[in-house]
Design a protein around this ligand. Structure first.
Ligand SMILES: [Zn+2]
Length: 134
């Protein structure tokens, strides 16, 4: 089972923050830092190159919204947006997903490192994530 296919039970609905026609914004179950989101296609595709024009538009509309809210609502000093494509690039789940990660000076996050301890998101972290939407 794919961990990012919601309709086949890949993850719990409480991680979903919002969605549009073809894509979903969710909190990262394995967060990188304080605020860590995933933007995924509803349809199971492995590569961004398989996305339709509508999926690309929907993916980036959500990414752009999250970046804006992190900057102006959460006062994030910096933000990483990235997609891992392929094993050697660190793609561990074979379903297209963009990471959107809030950054701050001295947060200790090394770029392109995963949540190595695999600490699961806390209920408090999840509630904070959900404040990205009205
Ligand atoms: Zn999938």
């Amino acid at each position: 089972m794919c961990k990012l296919c919601y309709e086949s039970g890949g993850f719990k609905s409480d991680l979903i923050i919002t969605a549009n026609q073809t894509c979903i914004l969710m909190a990262n179950l394995f967060p990188i830092g304080d605020l860590s989101y995933l933007v995924i296609t509803k349809r199971h595709i492995v590569s961004i190159s398989e996305a339709t024009p509508e999926e690309l538009k929907d993916l980036f509309n959500i990414v752009s919204m999250v970046v804006g809210r992190l900057k102006y609502r959460f006062r994030s000093e910096g933000i990483n947006v990235f997609l891992n494509e392929g094993d050697c690039a660190g793609q561990t789940i074979k379903h297209v997903h963009f990471h959107v990660v809030a950054r701050s000076s001295g947060d200790g996050i090394e770029n392109f490192k995963r949540n190595s301890g695999l600490a699961v998101i806390s209920p408090e972290q999840l509630e904070k994530h959900k404040r990205i939407t009205p």
